[in-house]
Design a protein around this ligand. Structure first.
Ligand code: ZN
Length: 189
């Protein structure tokens, strides 16, 4: 990937502003290209995170084999079709085999994949697939409920519709009881 410098990225943003018929030289917009460039870098920072490094020191061996669930993880991502935000809540569960992940690392893992250009379906799969790969649990379940600004601000303009996606791997896919337990824990407030 050939990455632009912050200056080059600002210059492109300046061209977009001008191309939309605005005056990039007016007071309120003078510093906007630089801000947009830095904000885009932050919002797509997930491309540059080394997941093994992130989880380093946070994988523990245990005898525990009950469901671990972290729910209502807030996330903010950007849809790859319009580069507009989609955001909502992510619920992650797994049944350990021999290892668990430090609980605080799960929201961090969600951020890694959310801070990329995404579609909700892939975001869901990538979180589940990574946990499967890193600690080989008996199974993983991920449910994401999100609102998409590309739907809310333009096009269909459905203000309150939320898209729900799920990824069920291992025992969450094979065992209805495990899956139902997870889904009922997600639904309980
Ligand atoms: Zn979109």
């Amino acid at each position: 990937m050939n990455q632009l410098t912050e200056h080059e990225l600002s210059e492109l943003t300046r061209q977009i502003i001008a191309g939309l018929g605005e005056d990039p030289e007016r007071d309120g917009l003078l510093k906007t290209p630089g801000r947009v460039a830095r904000s885009l870098r932050f919002l797509t920072g997930g491309y540059h995170v080394d997941i093994d490094k992130l989880l380093n020191g946070a994988l523990f061996s245990v005898c525990y084999d009950q469901m671990v669930i972290v729910k209502d993880i807030e996330f903010f991502s950007m849809c790859e079709h319009h580069m507009l935000p989609f955001f909502g809540k992510c619920h992650v569960a797994y049944v350990p085999n021999k290892q668990v992940i430090g609980l605080s690392k799960i929201p961090r893992l969600v951020d890694v994949f959310a801070r990329r250009l995404q579609i909700q379906e892939r975001l869901t799969q990538e979180i589940a697939g990574t946990i499967m790969e890193k600690i080989a649990p008996q199974g993983v379940g991920v449910v994401i409920e999100a609102q998409h600004l590309c739907m809310m601000m333009r096009g269909v303009e459905k203000q309150h519709s939320a898209a729900v996606t799920s990824a069920m791997l291992g025992t969450f896919r094979e065992n209805k009881q495990t899956r139902d337990e997870f889904l009922s824990l997600v639904r309980s407030r």
